[in-house]
Design a protein around this ligand. Sequence first.
Ligand code: SF4
Length: 891
Amino acid sequence: MLNVTIDGIKVQVKEGSTILQAAQSVGIEIPTLCYLKDLTPEASCRICLVEIEGNPKLFTACSTPVAEGNVIHTKSEKVIAARRSVLDLMLSTHRADCFSCAKNGECQLQNLCYEYGVEQTSYEGVRNDYPIDDSNEFFTYNPQQCILCQRCVNVCQKLHGESAIGIVNRGFKAKIATPFDQLLRSTNCVSCGNCVSVCPVGALLPKSRVRFRAFETKKVPTTCTYCGVGCQLELQVKDNTVVGAQPLYGEANKGLLCVKGKFGYNFINHKDRLTKPLIRKDGVLVESEWDEAIGYIADKIKTIKAESGADALAGLSSARCSNEDNYVFQKMMRAAIGTNNVDHCARLCHASTVAGLAITLGSGAMTNSIAEAADQDVVFVTGSNTTETHPVIGSLIRQAKRKGAKIIVAEPRRIPLCREADVFLQIKPGTNVALFNGMMNVIISEGLQDQKYIDERTEGYEALCEVVKDYTPEVVAEICNIDAEELKKAARLYAKADKAGIYYAMGVTQHSTGTEGVMGTSNLALLCGKIGKYGCGVNPLRGQNNVQGACDMGCLPTDFPAYQKVFNDAAREKFERAWGVRLSGKPGLTVTEIMNAVEEGKVRGLYIMGENPMMSDPDINHVRKALENCELLVVQDIFLTETAALADVVLPGCTFAEKDGTFTNTERRVQRIRKAINCVGESKADFEILSEVMAALGYANSFRTADEVFAEMATVTPSYGGMSYERLEKGGLQWPCPTADHPGTPILHVGKFSRGERALFKPAPYRPSAETPDSEYPMIFTTGRILYHYHTSTMTGRVEGLMNISGRSYVEVNPADAAKLDIVSGDSVKVSSRRGGVIVEARVTDIVPEGVLFMPFHFADGPANLLTNTAIDPTAKIPELKVCAARIEKA
Ligand code: SF4
């Protein structure tokens, strides 16, 4: 440790600390403009100048390391004079239109000029005359207000990991060139807005910012409602309307956001929001009062239960709602109604993760923490379009690349991350199991396995060797349609690295062999001793904001909260004591089984909260038939979705901005959401609505606040047992966190697996997808997500800028296939499978290989899930959304 004195205060700091860090550690403020946390300081703005006794010159605090015995002055006359000179020079290039500037009141240059008494520049006639660039959907760039601090360039290039903007020209003619600027000709801007977030002045401004002043707003810290990264952000609120979002420095997002988190908030106050309950009368949904709607639902549920038993009712909970909402939902289904028929769309995305990793490791969740992605030697991404579906994790992976990491991508599509890849294995959709077996074959035959780890911490190794011995690189190259040498290269890179993590998503899970694919990732990591270690692990990237939490909360037909089994007598008795009722020990139905049972009339009443199976489930025609057959369909949502439009009763829930609660992100981190605005119209928090329904059913609940729900949940959920709102106020906690003094668990399976002393190798031979191409349907059809939309686009579809960038359904087709059918980009084409057909726009691109068609599943104008297959994985019951046979023709 080093001892220094700053402004008369004695400070002890670690060797290598900068003067700025030393000052910040004791609360001494030194102004900065170009400085960004996590980056090597540029020291280009020089506003952080300080004096060190015994030195005639001044030093930049952000870049100067402290030395033993330094006596530092941050506010001496010499320092103040130097900072005034810096500000004077900055003002010379900055158009000081403070009255009209939207940044007025929170401009860091304005604040510093005020603090240092600099009212105008002493330089004349040096400002540039470049016009405002407003070509981006979400923000403008005004070169005349730019102070060239380069924060925007640095955040784009070094933290986001792209080079979409840069500096062009020199001297007073220098400016930031945006992607749309002819001087830069960059095409890789994804409108993440991180440049806007870090701009200290009014040069980069959100377009919406013209409508309010900073001092008119309040700022509420919360968690992004979109993907499973769980970025921390601050909502800006004016007059009960969310008008802006600014990143916070969360453990997962490190001050970054993507385009949805930064600019995707306009759905919150959208005119389409449901504001009153609706009841179907004479075939039409009409507005009603809450009492009438709740009474109607309760009466119908009671009747069905009396006539057909509790298992004639089912519920679909929501990965978009909070932990509190989900906890109360499954409690309503189990305690107030009496059935375990409760599931949610984790069944459609990561049920195979929950099942597969529970078998091999004992816990079906991401083993490591998100931040480790930036600090690896090898990153293996498979079945995940990470930069589009989990954009901030994509940025961290690019940061790792910039630090020297090797990237392996195994994907059917040439996704954006392929630009960074050292090895790209463009596998045939549905061949993941063969790929993993092939990599393990190479590793074992070349002796690259971690035998000590295998001997000490695993079981089943012989069975693994027996299965993978047949998967030689040549055999796998044939199955996956890849190069055998590239497969070997990937296997060697992964096995030899000290820190190597596997990141996967639905390209691995959404198959009839999904559980076997997931276990393949686990087998591979165990073989190389890469579980239970920093920078390694098996990392399933959960898609929706709270899909991890909804599973943790027991919205699964076999599980109470924390995966305690409904058929385990001890677990059931525990919940019976806690909830004061007898509970069913009969496992309930899964999402796909529920739809079948509704169609067959075995389930007569279905309660859906925050889900849209008319867009998200496979074979939508089948879903429609089922829902139209349902005697009581209740939908609780924020918009009249495609599913809500079929309902008997629609209840208006509210958004994440209108309620308190928690989300659990993909790294098991439980984080707060906070009420920023009052509920829109007569909408209510979902847990409040559910409590009212439970009361109407005769099960009294005393939940008045989300805090009370969380407190009860923590008493019956061991992995959340040490958490409380009081603790979460200080930051998120990763489960397991069993006691109030437990710090949370950033890495699972350290020293001991959740399953016990040893993890299990569970090998499986490759099996082809349930439906493969034939002469009638000669192509492989696959689906996925894109950057600008989220799930069934009920929210992103109401954000104008996102819709302007990507507002229609489309199909990607390889140029060779397109040429055979005389299809060019922009043509209307019909894509058909055995279940139906859609007419969409063709995009001819080599992103997809020959013989493969890809459609995003977000768009109602051409719903991809009209085509997808309902074949399921026998263990996890997840449908094979990623592969079916299809045909394309000109419409
Ligand atoms: Fe939100 Fe995910 Fe984007 Fe973060 S990466 S801002 S959590 S959508």
